[in-house]
Design a protein around this ligand. Structure first.
Ligand SMILES: Cc1ncc(C[n+]2csc(CCOP(=O)(O)OP(=O)(O)O)c2C)c(N)n1
Ligand SMILES: [Mg+2]
Length: 348
């Protein structure tokens, strides 16, 4: 794990400054200026990309399903900052942020969303079905919970090959109630597979709150019957995610088997693009946005420490907006796949 802050000497009487902690009391990584700036930029890229995807959907350029990741950015960015080259990522359908965090190109993701030829699945997969072997991203899955078993297979392969890589399987609080998750937990624990199971607890599965749907809402305990340890993490604080990621990846790499990280997070937008949002109040969403926004947290620290000025941060935002605007222009100019491609790249 990253070293925790030690007490600093001050001329005032109350000398020792307590080590920073996440909102749930958990440890946070001690980010330097470069790490804070990197986290800021990466999270902003995801947010601006998702805002643009939402706009394009409204304009009719994106069809079918589309689930935005706005609010949850700290989870994938904090994890990615701890991963090593070769570690694999697999997730569900709320996947654009995961792809951008792995370094997949905004152009290729946007072209896929709009069903164009240069998309990662040649315009035939759409929002929920994209892959990049080069970036070790294994999708993009619409069947709730299926990626947990597939991710366990990736970890099995790592173990079999002895390549030292760790698989990271993301799933939601709703998916955590699926049966195949527990079949996977059993095998992963039995064979000590190198996998980090990440429950992205954003409090809702479509319109159903965790309070209404789940008997054990502390998802970090869900592996206890199999002897799989778990940690509850403030998933809105990218430093807390990084600290937990370091610990979890080390756990897996040292041969101790699987581990669960429950990320306490929140999605600001609807479940998908059509969501009446009757299941929660506007005040609840507003409270999270104003008190725990992952990007605003980093911004406030950068300013407070004098590590960046408002102008510096505006310049980063402009850069990111340019990348996103370019991806949208590229996607709209790119042709749709030819009709002759209807039966290529698919299993019949
Ligand atoms: C096996 C299966 N059952 C039901 C659905 C319909 N469905 C799509 S998303 C979803 C909710 C999942 O919620 P959660 O796991 O919390 O993920 P989130 O959308 O919050 O990211 C459901 C029930 C599905 N796609 N697959
Ligand atoms: Mg959920």
């Amino acid at each position: 794990m990253a070293p925790r802050k030690t007490a600093t000497v001050s001329s005032r009487k109350t000398a020792a400054k307590p080590a920073a902690k996440a909102s749930n009391g958990g440890p946070v990584a001690d980010f330097d200026r470069d790490e804070e700036l990197k986290a800021y930029r990466e999270m902003l890229l995801i947010r601006r990309f998702e805002e643009k995807a939402g706009q394009l959907y409204g304009m009719g350029f994106i069809g079918g399903f589309c689930h935005l990741y706005i609010g949850q950015e700290a989870v994938v960015v904090g994890m990615q900052m701890a991963q090593k080259e070769g570690d694999q990522v697999i997730t569900a359908y709320r996947d654009h942020g995961h792809m951008l965090a792995t370094g997949m190109e905004a152009r290729g993701v946007m072209a896929e969303l709009t069903g164009r030829r240069s998309g990662y699945s040649h315009g035939k997969g759409g929002s929920m079905h994209m892959f990049s072997k080069e970036k070790h991203f294994y999708g993009g899955h619409g069947i709730v919970g299926a990626q947990v078993s597939l991710g366990t297979g990736l970890a099995f392969a790592n173990n079999y090959r002895g390549n030292g890589n760790v698989a990271i399987a993301y799933f939601g609080d709703g998916a955590a109630n699926q049966g195949q998750v527990y079949e996977s937990f059993n095998m992963a624990a039995l064979w000590k597979l190198p996998i980090v199971y990440i429950v992205e607890n954003n409090r809702y599965a479509m319109g159903t709150s965790t309070a209404r749907a789940t008997a054990q809402s502390n998802y970090s305990l869900r592996g206890s019957g199999f002897g799989i340890p778990g940690i509850q993490v403030d998933g809105m604080d990218v430093r807390a995610v990084k600290a937990a990621a370091d610990e979890a990846l080390e756990h897996c790499r040292s041969g101790k088997g699987p581990i669960i990280l429950e990320m306490l997070t929140y999605r600001y937008r609807g479940h998908s693009m059509s969501d009446p949002a009757k299941y929660r109040s506007k005040e609840e969403v507003q409270k999270m946005r104003s008190e725990q926004d992952p990007i605003e947290q980093v911004k406030a620290r950068l300013i407070e420490k004098g590590w960046a000025s408002e102008d510096d941060l505006k310049a980063i935002d402009k850069d990111v907006r340019d990348i996103v605007a370019d991806s949208a222009d590229f996607a709209q100019a790119d042709p749709e796949p030819d009709a002759s491609e209807l039966y290529t790249d698919i299993l019949l």
